[in-house]
Design a protein around this ligand. Structure first.
Ligand code: FES
Length: 151
């Protein structure tokens, strides 16, 4: 016994609905799997061949005894010049729960506004709950520019 319909219009509608259901079902499945996949296996940022990424900032933009906040390849970063000889570039992301630290001019420290974490000008923890120092980047001065490089 066959299940063929005697109505060709009904077969046509059924075929169309099956195709539409398959199409939208596929989109729904891909729409769920793709973001979940990105979450589980995030894309790696591309780096230029054979080296660490670097960025230049005019030295004059960071006065001695002060700090400047920048985005170093989209990462919040602070450059600090504690004195004439020292130059430090640190991640500005607190190692406790990820808040952005703020420069405290009065005592030359980095303070985390969220839970009171305190870091010195080298990124070491000197108070509060952060479990580890701030990530640091290497810095050099070339032709009046600070060159920051990923370690
Ligand atoms: S996030 Fe900085 S101290 Fe908690």
């Amino acid at each position: 016994m066959t299940t063929e319909s005697l109505d060709p219009a009904a077969d046509s509608r059924r075929g169309f609905l099956n195709a539409a259901l398959g199409f939208f079902g596929t989109i729904a499945v891909v729409g769920v799997i793709y973001p979940v996949g990105l979450y589980l296996w995030p894309r790696r940022e591309k780096r230029p061949e054979g080296g660490a990424r670097s960025m230049k900032i005019p030295l004059a933009e960071v006065p001695i005894g002060d700090a400047k906040f920048i985005r170093f390849f989209n990462k919040p970063t602070v450059i600090i010049r504690p004195n004439e000889q020292e130059l430090v570039a640190l991640s500005a992301v607190c190692t406790h729960l990820g808040c952005i630290v703020k420069w405290n001019d009065a005592n030359s420290e980095l303070h985390c506004p969220c839970h009171g974490g305190v870091f010195d000008t080298k990124g070491a923890v000197i108070g509060g709950p952060p479990p580890s120092p701030l990530e640091s980047y290497s810095t050099t001065v070339e032709d009046g520019y600070i060159v920051i490089e990923e370690a």
